[in-house]
Design a protein around this ligand. Structure first.
Ligand code: HEC
Ligand code: HEC
Length: 349
């Protein structure tokens, strides 16, 4: 097992360094391009309006942000066991393997990953952080019905979806060691928690609908000021000299694909509000979080692996909701039409 390429201590140091640098809004050291220029477009930012072929596509509204768990209580809380509680023996070994896969998916789940992300990039602190869809809290809610595929999903099936969409890869087969290890790690983290109960901090926060309809242009400014320093002016992320991803890509060919949960503006806004800028979660206003999520989710990324016939048909089947920009025209670009291919497994390493 190789180590975590992005050590928490490194980010902590980075965050401190950035904080020391004043986190200055217009700093874009890696590329030096103009902050307001949307990466995916040659058009001026002023024309950056999204046009919709369907009357349904309006500003995000809260109804669509709610998952199918309305009936469950959310008051209970529990604390996942400490890492030092992982027992010795075969069960503990499997927990440790799951943890290793979770924070270094690239190296430890080879053959199933098609981008530069790790599970822990979106489920912070190795899946322990509240409001970052923590893994133990998720385990407590499965098996569960999912409208995404219209049937009751086991936890392993849920995990398969993460590989297919968030990791732009390939689902490991049921009971593959990768899934068994991740499931075992999640089960370990869930210990002591109440099954069937949505505990405090589960999932990503559901933000109230924004005061003003979310706006791409404002989002571009928030991005330049609060995000580009780490994630790059073009959303491409940053790698260290030895090729390890230090700041993960937010869009483009090496990020999550159009089918991923983070491609829904409501999920992205909740994640960003609670967790970004890294180390400064909760500092953006809700409006800024909605705006920057809209900006991020209006950029090209790998194709939805469920693609059928055409972008229009794919939107109709899988994206016909105001929280998805797939299949809409933004800055003169029909999103989804020029998407890089999905499921590009890297067999080089
Ligand atoms: C690009 C960000 C991203 C990456 C990478 C990612 N996830 Fe997720 N994950 C999400 C989002 C967003 C959701 C919520 C999706 C929804 O509700 O539709 C989610 C949901 C989940 C859930 C269900 C959580 C719950 O509370 O119901 C599990 C379990 C999960 N992810 C595991 C993983 C695993 C394992 C990996 C790596 C193989 C992974 N995720 C990679 C963004 C990500
Ligand atoms: C200090 C550097 C830093 C800043 C500034 C920052 N991020 Fe991040 N971001 C990270 C790191 C590092 C991760 C991965 C976290 C982890 O693995 O624990 C991440 C993860 C993410 C992810 C999930 C992974 C992915 O690639 O999709 C999203 C989405 C995201 N950031 C959006 C934003 C947005 C939007 C902003 C601005 C509001 C922002 N970030 C500001 C460092 C930063």
């Amino acid at each position: 097992m190789s180590g975590n390429p992005i050590k928490p201590s490194t980010w902590a140091a980075g965050v401190v360094a950035l904080a020391a640098a004043g986190f200055i809004g217009h700093m874009l050291p890696s590329t030096g391009t103009a902050p307001e220029q949307p990466a995916a477009s040659a058009q001026p930012a002023k024309q950056a309006k999204s046009e919709s072929p369907t009357p349904k596509a309006v500003a995000p509204v809260q109804e669509t942000a709610a998952p199918a768990r309305k009936t469950e209580a959310t008051s209970a809380s529990y604390t996942p066991p400490a890492e030092s509680d992982i027992p010795k023996g075969p069960f503990g070994d499997m927990v440790r393997l799951g943890e290793a896969i979770f924070h270094d998916t690239q190296h430890n789940a080879k053959g199933f990953v098609g981008n530069d992300l790790q599970c822990a990039n979106c489920h912070i602190d190795r899946g322990r952080q509240p409001n970052s869809a923590p893994l133990g809290a998720a385990y407590l809610l499965y098996p569960a019905y999912r409208s995404k595929n219209g049937h009751v999903n086991t936890f392993q099936e849920r995990l398969q979806g993460c590989f297919r969409f968030s990791m732009n890869g390939k689902a490991p087969p049921f009971n593959d060691k990768v899934l068994v290890a991740l499931e075992t790690y999640a089960y370990f983290l869930a210990r002591g928690g109440p099954t069937g109960v949505a505990v405090e901090g589960h999932g990503y926060p559901k933000l109230k609908a924004p005061g003003q309809p979310a706006d791409y242009d404002r989002g571009a400014k928030v991005y330049a000021q609060h995000c580009a320093l780490c994630h790059g002016a073009g959303g491409e992320g940053q790698k260290s000299a030895d090729g390890q991803t230090v700041f993960p890509p937010l869009w483009g060919p090496r990020s999550f694909n159009w089918g991923a949960g983070m491609g829904s503006i409501n999920n992205a806004a909740g994640f960003i509000k609670a967790n970004m800028p890294l180390g400064l979660g909760g500092t953006l206003s809700d409006q800024d979080a909605w705006d920057v999520a809209t900006y991020m989710d209006s950029q090209e990324r790998p194709q939805d692996p469920r693609f059928v016939d055409s972008v229009t048909e794919t939107r109709k089947r899988f994206h016909d909701e105001p929280t998805s920009k797939y299949g809409l025209i933004v800055n003169g670009v029909l999103l989804g039409e020029k998407s890089p291919p999905s499921g590009t497994i890297n067999t080089m390493d």
